[in-house]
Design a protein around this ligand. Sequence first.
Ligand SMILES: [Zn+2]
Length: 137
Amino acid sequence: MQDMFDNAKRAAGAMVGRAAWEAEKTQRIGAIQRELGLLQRERAALLDQLAGAVSDLSRRGEAMPPALKAIADRLAAMEDEVKRAQSAIQTIQAEKYQPTAAPYAVSVAGPEKACPTCGARMPSSARFCSACGARLA
Ligand SMILES: [Zn+2]
């Protein structure tokens, strides 16, 4: 009986020991990850500065090694691409909803048929027109 009690106590102790060990391990990793986050942020900031310096050299037409020139060219092209992507988003955001005769039929893939009453297109399996409600053959 005493043996069983001792074993249970040892097992419980081992569980607490393991939980504390896991927590301490997580804490150590967390501390290093925070440090890594700071390093990555600083690295990104430095790369931004480097990109700015390279772009300045390129704009002033200064001679630079081909590798830097390639980076400057790509940066300039990227600025255009970013502007185009941003304006594409603005264009889509400005789009207004325009109800169509057959709002559901247009997005349906597969065989279609036309409503004999209103001409709206819909899946050939439709039994009623989704635009005018007419019964379909
Ligand atoms: Zn119809």
